[in-house]
Ligand binder design. Structure first.
Ligand code: HEC
Ligand code: HEC
Ligand code: HEC
Ligand code: HEC
Ligand code: HEC
Length: 476
């Protein structure tokens, strides 16, 4: 017998004969439906529009759907083997297998079942996958579903970028960014499932450059000009004496005459640096490349030490690193709450007590709540019984505010605490600008990155308790 007819006699006909059973037919339908869905999503992905950039979609498209495909495929021989065993027991295996004949109602019936079941499976799977993909792009998936994202998920809704999806800043554009994120996302998901993830989770160098994220919405050289910053702090004395600092920041940008100036203008050229930690707090080497190609290198140590670490090109996120999820400091959080009267400045020593209570160590939010509430109440009851008598609501409100501040900034289970995620704008609470502008990053010839106060701003008043100047400006 020639090869093809023999193949048909010995394989195709028995396969169709045994395959005509419920399990195999359903298996065939699952396989074909998942194949259609997969191909559909691959096409959407390849031709761009509507393709999601979320890394976890990889789990759906690369694991779950192919898994279902294989499962359906495996059901086919299982069903066939079961049917053969059943027929063999009943001694009903025919000597010659029936021909493939579309007029044969039994055969036609099998084909009908597969077609109908494929269609139903396709609709179910397609809808489920589409909804899964859409869901994974939401902020709630990134920031809330995954408990290890709790710090960022908590800080994000109150940030200026709460309308910007996590994926906009965390996933670079193009196929490379997508693949990169997919590999990373899968790795992280496995870490979380194994309950074996880094704590705290620090920014790694996986963040795409600003050109692929921030600059989709912002223009790097927009003229911003001068900004006035007024900062109020309260003292640790009994009266919580307020003091104010007022500075004028020339943020600059590209002016109408085409010239770059100010803080933005100064860094729009090409500046590279080498840091020794993931948050880039320790910088030993900075290099500025002029438009004509000359490179000026600034170092704060000998060359060998300076060249060790992570090399980066400076961009927006080197100063604005906490625009979407910023963590506060105890002092600043208490100051802003007191300014808004959420913590009453009328309570004696409230600034000092609040900061101390926030800085204490608590193992859980529940413990923080009871300890803070009790401690503040106890303080006024024993030290200022009169104040305690007449200011119950204010004391309770202050305690509640402190508990809220603590819960938004400290996450013991992830070892995230005050200062874990430094903010690089300014220099008050963290090194910030002074990571480079500290007077000790020098060129070989001794020129340093400028560091005197007037390099970056006009200090109009500093920790001023005399309100006259501010009153003159109408800022009381
Ligand atoms: C506007 C841009 C932007 C958005 C939107 C954004 N992030 Fe970030 N994210 C950043 C930047 C910039 C860093 C690096 C921070 C640094 O270097 O200190 C970062 C760092 C992180 C880190 C590392 C740990 C840390 O806090 O530094 C995590 C985790 C993270 N983001 C999660 C999220 C989640 C979850 C969302 C959505 C709820 C989100 N991000 C939205 C810009 C963004
Ligand atoms: C999807 C668009 C979008 C992306 C992406 C985006 N921003 Fe913004 N950003 C905005 C909008 C809109 C505002 C104004 C928000 C407001 O005033 O409430 C803003 C405001 C800001 C501000 C001023 C307010 C503040 O928080 O200080 C800074 C700084 C800023 N963005 C930096 C960045 C940086 C850095 C990145 C990249 C890590 C980035 N943005 C990514 C849309 C975006
Ligand atoms: C060298 C540090 C530095 C770099 C780099 C930098 N900025 Fe800024 N930017 C500042 C400072 C300082 C301010 C003013 C202080 C503030 O807003 O807290 C500011 C202010 C802003 C504002 C707020 C303007 C307003 O009206 O409130 C926006 C928006 C902004 N920057 C966007 C960007 C973008 C986009 C990039 C990247 C192209 C960038 N910045 C790079 C330091 C920097
Ligand atoms: C990674 C290092 C680095 C960081 C961080 C940094 N700068 Fe700079 N900055 C430089 C370098 C390098 C120059 C160019 C110095 C030169 O040309 O001599 C510069 C120049 C400037 C200038 C222009 C000075 C002049 O007189 O020409 C200003 C203003 C400035 N920076 C402000 C800031 C502010 C504000 C911050 C923080 C928000 C900051 N820088 C953070 C590296 C840095
Ligand atoms: C390399 C730039 C740079 C240098 C040098 C610098 N500052 Fe600042 N400073 C800033 C920036 C940027 C801010 C704004 C921070 C913000 O937006 O919250 C700031 C904020 C301040 C504030 C406002 C309140 C606060 O504490 O945040 C005071 C006061 C101040 N600086 C004083 C000084 C004094 C005094 C010096 C000199 C010893 C100095 N600065 C040197 C960049 C600089």
């Amino acid at each position: 017998m020639p090869a093809f007819p023999r193949f048909r006699e010995q394989w195709v006909r028995p396969a169709l004969f045994f395959g005509n059973n419920f399990i195999s037919l359903i298996g065939g339908a699952i396989t074909s439906a998942s194949a259609f869905v997969l191909i559909g999503f691959w096409l959407v992905d390849a031709f761009g529009h509507g393709g999601s950039r979320n890394p976890y979609i990889g789990i759906l498209l690369d694991f779950l759907l192919p898994g279902l495909f294989l499962f359906g495929l495996a059901l086919i021989p299982v069903g066939m083997l079961l049917r053969r065993a059943q027929l063999r027991r009943a001694d009903k295996i025919p000597a010659a297998f029936p021909r493939i004949d579309f007029n044969d109602p039994v055969f036609r019936h099998g084909v009908d079942i597969v077609l109908v079941a494929t269609f139903i499976n396709f609709v179910i799977l397609g809808t489920a996958t589409y909804r899964g993909v859409a869901y994974m792009d939401t902020v709630s998936f990134c920031g809330q579903t995954c408990h290890v994202m709790a710090p960022e998920g908590t800080a994000y809704p109150v940030s200026t970028h709460s309308g910007v999806a996590c994926v906009e800043c965390h996933i670079g554009s193009g196929v490379a960014g997508y693949l990169h994120a997919k590999v990373n996302g899968t790795k992280q998901l496995i870490e979380v499932l194994r309950n074996h993830y880094p704590a705290p989770i620090m920014p790694n160098d996986m963040l795409p450059p600003a050109s692929q994220t921030c600059l989709h919405c912002h223009r790097a050289d927009t003229w911003i000009g001068d900004k006035i910053l007024l900062q109020t702090t309260f003292g640790d004395d009994e009266e919580n004496t307020p003091s104010r600092s007022l500075i004028l920041l020339p943020v600059g940008g590209r002016a109408l005459n085409g010239k770059l100036s100010g803080i933005h203008g100064a860094h729009l050229g090409h500046i590279e640096y080498i840091s020794t930690d993931s948050t880039h707090q320790t910088i030993h080497y900075v290099a500025k490349t002029e438009p004509n190609g000359t490179v000026t290198e600034f170092m704060d140590t000998d060359r060998r030490t300076a060249m060790k670490g992570i090399r980066r090109t400076m961009d927006c996120t080197d100063c604005h690193n906490r625009v979407a999820h910023s963590f506060d400091t105890p002092t600043h959080a208490v100051d802003t709450s007191m300014l808004a009267d959420a913590i009453s400045p009328k309570l004696p020593y409230i600034h000092q007590q609040s900061v101390a209570l926030l800085r204490a160590t608590y193992t859980s939010p529940a413990q923080a709540r009871t300890r803070i509430v009790d401690a503040l109440d106890h303080y006024y009851q024993t030290r200022y019984p009169q104040v305690w008598q007449s200011n119950q609501p204010q004391i309770a409100q202050a305690a509640a505010r402190l508990v809220a501040i603590w819960s938004q900034n400290v996450f013991p289970f992830l070892r995230v605490t005050w200062g874990t995620h430094p903010d690089n704008i300014g220099h008050d609470d963290y090194p910030g600008c002074t990571r480079c502008h500290d007077g000790s990053h020098n060129t070989a010839s001794g020129k340093s990155i400028p560091s005197d106060c007037s390099t970056c701003h006009n200090v109009l008043s500093i920790d001023d308790t005399n309100r006259k100047q501010l009153a003159d400006l109408g800022l009381q």
